[in-house]
Ligand binder design. Structure first.
Ligand SMILES: Cc1ncc(COP(=O)(O)O)c(C=O)c1O
Length: 437
């Protein structure tokens, strides 16, 4: 496989864009490549790069493309919307319709506000929580990622972890002091902070997916809910990844737990820029122009993006009875075979999966439940895996701390081709690493 054109573009890119990319994980640094691939187009389960290499895609834009690239229904909707105008800065009927669709899927949300990204959604959700409770501190979990606003870039996952650090520079001491952090699953840590500090809210990925995919215990989530109630702390479920992906109603539907505020993103924009935050009416009515918590956006509720979201969510609503089960079965099929390769080639792994998400941790551990477990997984083996897959036409996440995403466009043929290459990857890892033992 040749990457000449991508290489040339990268040479230009690094002079003009920091690291040559607009989001750090895209740089392929942790998987030991000299440059990323630059993508030209996508269709269904596939993407093509600037050298015309074809790949089966397991990034799926990091989650939004549950229907695959350019699903005809989304594409047609977007085309229609574009014809009517790109943006008005005035409300449209479609925003109300998407709001109704979202709230009907999430009974914890009486009202919802749209943003242009998940980052804005979580940032605004925290502001509302602080105003509602009249408290400053927030509590998050180690290795969870909630976008790149200051308050949330503490002990963060995703791209920061990939680059080998967790706290961004450029954040004031005051902000750092106000963000409390405990390991995921540490209910005593949560209790301690909630009982001894004035905490406005807990923000959590109910199923963490930004230190690789981590299992979540219903009992832990229930206990967090109870502690929040006891201390009048608001509970924010950041369902930017899990929303509409694990189930139509997200992780909160699966675990049957109602957060006070939910943040959404990714799938509700169907590949276009939309985020959202919503919750109980008394909380949401604190937002301007009803209340005095300011949230705004030139492109918030953009008609083209909202239309893409409506088509995507509409499709999911109509097909929910079979779609989620099929996605889960397809992931299970991959995972079962990965475990076979692991045994066959003596390459120990722990594979965490949930619905249409999975992460392969190259580790001797039986379970990966904490950031520390994820940190200990082999980056070297992951890089061999990633590179073997890439060179054979399969794009997997360029970081051991991210999940693989599958879409309804991934066919049985795609899965079988993926497994054939995965087997080669495991063989190679075995040859390159077991020899040294
Ligand atoms: C759980 C979670 N919350 C928030 C965000 C931020 O969303 P965005 O990248 O759209 O700003 C992400 C992004 O990956 C995420 O995974």
């Amino acid at each position: 496989m040749k990457f000449k054109n991508s290489e040339k573009i990268y040479e230009k890119a690094i002079n003009i864009i920091p690291g040559g990319v607009n989001s750090p994980v895209r740089a392929f640094k942790s998987v030991k490549r000299s440059h990323p691939i630059f993508i030209k187009k996508g269709a269904g389960s596939k993407i093509w790069d600037e050298d015309n290499n074809e790949y089966i895609d397991y990034i799926c834009s990091w989650g939004p493309l549950i229907l695959g690239h350019n699903h005809p229904r989304v594409l047609n909707g977007v085309k229609e919307a574009i014809e009517l105008g790109s943006s008005f800065g005035l409300p449209t009927k479609m925003e109300v319709e998407l709001a109704e669709m979202v709230c009907s899927c999430y009974p914890s949300m009486d009202m919802v506000r749209f943003t242009t990204s998940g980052t804005e959604a979580t940032m605004a959700a925290i502001r509302v929580a602080r105003a509602y409770t009249n408290r400053n501190k927030i509590l998050k979990f180690e290795g969870c990622y909630h976008g790149h606003s200051d308050a949330l870039l503490v002990s963060s996952g995703s791209g920061l972890l990939t680059d080998g650090y967790q706290d961004s520079n450029g954040i004031t001491d005051g902000v750092l002091r106000d963000t409390l952090v405990v390991p995921f699953g540490d209910i005593e840590g949560v209790k301690n902070y909630l009982k001894n500090e004035d905490v406005a809210c807990i923000i959590m990925e109910p199923v963490p997916a930004n230190m690789g995919l981590i299992h979540s215990e219903k009992k832990f989530l229930e206990e967090v809910r109870v502690l929040c109630d006891e201390t009048k702390t608001l509970l924010i479920f950041d369902e930017v990844i899990s929303g509409f992906r694990l189930a139509l109603g997200g992780a909160q539907e699966i675990f049957n737990i109602k957060p006070d505020i939910t943040t959404l993103g990714k799938i509700i924009g169907g590949g276009y820029p939309v985020g959202a935050f919503g919750g109980r009416r008394d909380i949401m009515n604190m937002i301007a122009p009803v209340g005095r918590v300011y949230h705004a956006g030139t492109l918030s509720g953009n008609p083209v993006a909202v239309r893409a979201g409506m088509e995507t969510v509409g499709y999911l609503m109509e097909n929910k009875d079979t779609l989620y089960k099929t996605l889960e079965n397809n992931v299970q099929y991959l995972v079962d075979n990965i475990k076979k390769f692991s045994k066959l080639y003596n390459v120990p792994v722990c594979v965490n999966s949930f619905g249409s998400l999975f992460t392969i941790f190259f580790t001797e551990k039986d379970s990966v439940n904490l950031l520390q477990d994820a940190l200990e997984a082999s980056e070297e083996k992951y890089a061999i895996y990633f590179n073997t897959m890439l060179e054979e036409g399969i794009v997997t996440p360029p970081s051991k701390f991210e999940a693989h995403f599958i879409s309804i466009a991934h066919s049985q043929e795609d899965l079988d081709r993926t497994l054939a290459v995965m087997e080669k990857a495991f063989k190679k890892i075995s040859e390159m690493t077991n020899v040294r033992k």
